[in-house]
Design a protein around this ligand. Structure first.
Ligand code: SF4
Length: 150
């Protein structure tokens, strides 16, 4: 069965996530959904369907940057598996450290998730302006982790 893509409007979830988290940092925990759903689909044997059909971040980058992107190609070295592995490891280590430092404080955990989400979005936006709009998707740790599972 051919699945419908929601990429032309799923960016709404990313905007809603940002607004809600700014209003109340506890909503930052919703970012865990964004981190785990791609892995869930991959583990169910659906490969990178999250990236191609649903991802709010990918949708936002693709929808909002297409008119301002310089459209350059990503340098080949950035597409290397080693670079993706380093970035994935870096993200996991940094996120783990921030969770340990947050202890059992609910607000701090939520802030850690929110900060991780915003860091990747900020890098994605900068990359999307300098290179093609969804260049971040070529090195995204979640996308890479998903491809390792599929
Ligand atoms: S590569 Fe990352 S940002 Fe891009 S669509 Fe997949 S999960 Fe989303």
């Amino acid at each position: 069965m051919k699945r419908k893509s929601y990429l032309n409007w799923s960016w709404i979830f990313m905007i809603a996530f940002i607004v809600l988290s700014v209003l109340d940092i506890r909503f930052g925990l919703l970012g865990i959904i964004c981190m785990t759903v791609p892995l869930y689909h991959a583990l169910r044997g659906r490969g990178k369907i999250h990236c191609s059909h649903y991802c709010p971040r990918g949708s936002l980058l693709g929808s909002f940057l297409k008119n301002i992107s310089l459209g350059n190609n990503l340098p080949p070295f950035m597409k290397q598996k080693t670079v993706k592995n380093i970035l994935l490891t870096f993200m996991v280590v940094m996120f783990s450290i921030s969770l340990v430092r947050a202890g059992l404080n609910f607000d701090k955990i939520a802030f850690s998730v929110f900060r991780m989400m915003m860091s990747s979005l900020a890098i994605g936006v900068i990359m999307g302006i300098v290179f093609k709009p969804r260049s971040w998707c070529q090195i995204c740790p979640m996308g890479h982790a998903t491809s390792l599972l599929k």
